[in-house]
Design a protein around this ligand. Structure first.
Ligand code: XIL
Length: 379
């Protein structure tokens, strides 16, 4: 039976539409099963932390989320000086080696965090065996030994190091910590030189918080300009993402990322979570950090409107980060499930925060689906 041209067009259009529909359905079904790391494959690595319980027990539910959604790892605490190098003679390699083995087994990017910081240090670090405070050259010697030993042990296997953590101060230029007081401001650049020497191929990162604040941004940029001029080997800036639901303004974050990139440094958005609990701003309240029930309103779960606001916040953030992807190598969450978050105990202990993508029962939150949907829409 001869087909009229009109009928032909109609049926072939319908055929094409149904083919397209089948194709799209197959894609969106595939997209449902794709993890974050797959959806963001062309944008940046998607990282998370592992802590010691996860490393040791490797609970199947968490491991399957880890395998599906992430392709970069950082250890939450176990590379910190007090754990890995508790006394001058003693290194605790067991967990660090396990971390490397897990990262290698999973084929994930591995970050060592941090080499030099003023927090989570062993009590005897700044003293000699007689209990006398160390002078400049002795302390610098310790710093060199620590950085060199650690970076050298994992040379060629650790992709990146947070070499110095949280050293910048807006009032005094450098946080007036013990490193600064005894060695001087040079301790920062020295740490980078020691790390470069020990592993010329690892990415060396300066990592800090509140880098979206205009004054802290200025301070960061002046350090980067100075380091660039003098050849201090910094490759990237870790912009810590300790966000709240309505703070900071993401435009400020974008300004920082762009300014860092303009100077030729890569950006890693590190330590990401969104704190949903009432903020304590009064310095005295923070200092005493006392638990009060009115500061812990979501003990029984997040009300739907806060859940929705959290999803929107993550969505807005990722939409911006996608726009900045040419500058960003990695976005790392500071935990997988809400129970893991340090935000349950910081700055006030014992609260129930809901800052990450997965609930305590391991189920994915609307925030997770929201950032997936941003990329699924592209498929
Ligand atoms: C936090 C850990 O998550 C906690 O378990 C620990 O008690 C304190 O440190 N900036 C950093 C991270 O660079 O190392 C900190 O991690 C959070 C703030």
């Amino acid at each position: 039976m001869p087909l009229s041209r009109r009928h032909f067009l109609k049926t072939s259009a319908a055929g094409l539409a149904s083919l397209l529909w089948a194709h799209q359905t197959a894609w969106s079904q595939a997209a449902d099963t794709l993890g974050l790391k797959d959806l963001y494959r062309d944008d940046f690595l998607i990282g998370t932390l592992v802590n010691v319980p996860l490393l040791i027990r490797q609970p199947p539910e968490l491991m399957s989320i880890l395998r599906r959604d992430f392709n970069a790892l950082v250890a939450e605490n176990l590379f910190k000086w007090e754990y890995i190098h508790p006394t001058d003679e003693h290194w605790h390699w067991v967990y660090a080696d396990e971390f490397m083995a897990l990262g290698e087994e999973l084929g994930m990017h591995r970050l060592g965090h941090p080499l030099v910081w003023h927090s989570q240090l062993p009590p005897g670090l700044f003293f000699d065996p007689k209990g006398e405070p160390l002078g400049q050259s002795a302390l610098l010697g310790k710093l060199e030994n620590h950085v060199t030993t650690l970076v050298d042990r994992y040379r060629g296997r650790m992709h990146a190091w947070d070499v110095v953590n949280e050293a910048l101060d807006t009032d005094t230029d450098w946080v007036p910590n013990r490193w600064y007081q005894v060695i001087g401001a040079d301790y920062v650049e020295k740490a980078f030189h020691f790390a470069r020497e020990a592993d010329p191929r690892a990415t060396l990162i300066y990592n800090d918080y509140d880098l979206w604040q205009p004054r802290k941004r200025e301070r960061l940029l002046s350090m980067l300009d100075d380091f660039k001029r003098r050849g201090v080997p910094v490759d990237a800036v870790g912009v810590q993402g300790h966000l709240r639901l309505h703070h900071p303004d993401l435009a400020e974050l974008e300004t920082t990322i762009t300014a860092v990139a303009e100077r030729g440094f890569r950006v890693h958005l590190s330590e990401l979570e969104v704190d949903v609990l009432p903020q304590v701003t009064d310095p005295e309240a923070i200092a005493f950090a006392e638990y009060r029930p009115e500061l812990d309103p979501y003990r029984d779960g997040l009300p739907p409107q806060v859940e929705a606001a959290l999803a929107q916040r993550y969505r807005d953030l990722f939409a911006r980060l996608i726009g900045l992807r040419e500058h960003i190598d990695r976005v790392t969450f500071w935990g997988i499930t809400d129970d893991q978050s340090w935000k349950n105990d910081h700055p006030i202990p014992g609260r129930t925060n809901h800052s990450l993508l997965f609930r305590r029962d391991r189920s994915a939150k609307p925030a997770y689906h929201a950032i997936k949907a941003l990329k699924q829409a592209e498929i």
